[in-house]
Design a protein around this ligand. Sequence first.
Ligand code: MG
Length: 307
Amino acid sequence: MKRLRVVEVGPRDGLQNEPRIKALSEEALCDVRVKLVTGLAESGLADVEVGAFVRADRIPQMARTDLVIKKIRESRPELWAKHRFWALVPNQKGLELALQAGAKHISVFTATSDAFNEKNVQMSVDESLAVLKPVVTEAKSAGLAVRGYVSTVWGCPYSGTVSPQRAKQVTEELLAMGVEEVSLGDTIGVATPKQVDTVLALLPKTWPLAVHFHDTRGTAIANCLHAIEQGIVTVDSSSGGLGGCPYAKGASGNLATEDLLFMLHGMGYETGVSLEKVCEASRELEKSLALHLPSRYFKAWKGVHGF
Ligand code: MG
């Protein structure tokens, strides 16, 4: 049976796009985040992205990621020792905060599109790679694991189509810096399996790649399956499908972990994750935040349980 690795990004990539949680106090929000992260780790997800060291005035949902990490480490040392809890770091300042907080796994990010990167981090792609290089070097010498994200691989909300060749260049630069894995993101959810092929066919099979599809137009799960059939073994997803798409009002964002697991397990792939426990973690989050999560499997599961 083929083993696949699911990287859970809901507590970071999902929650940061949830406008409704801004009303919570920092302390209350931290508790909700810790509960979600530990619930997901208990389901068997070995990789969970827990937060981001970004400016709290820009992304209040990610405020006090240091406290989230501290609470996980202190309350659940057995999970802390065994799982990989990732924290997003945009620059040198973010790395300093991550190191102070005791993070062991960080992710860095850039894009294939200058227009997107300028809006996101006020830098061109090349400028952001120059900023990330010393960050990655320092993180690696401090013993941290580093994951890289490349956004807009299949399209940019500002400049439209992006050259697949550019995705290859940016990925290669991140790997050359020492990033251990690069996650290719369909930020606006426009790819179909044919376009997934076009990009993956350009990238050497030996590169450590993950895929990060958004379900904005309903193709995320088809794209995942296609990428897996092309040899990809690591897939990002978000519990409950948490996190709308910030570039398409009202539309779905991240692929739901539950929908992905249902498909993979039904096809005989092994993930080491309990789908039931992921649903329970999503359900707790829904109750805490009065949300309605979009995952199709999760909705059906709630129906079966009479929730
Ligand atoms: Mg995402």
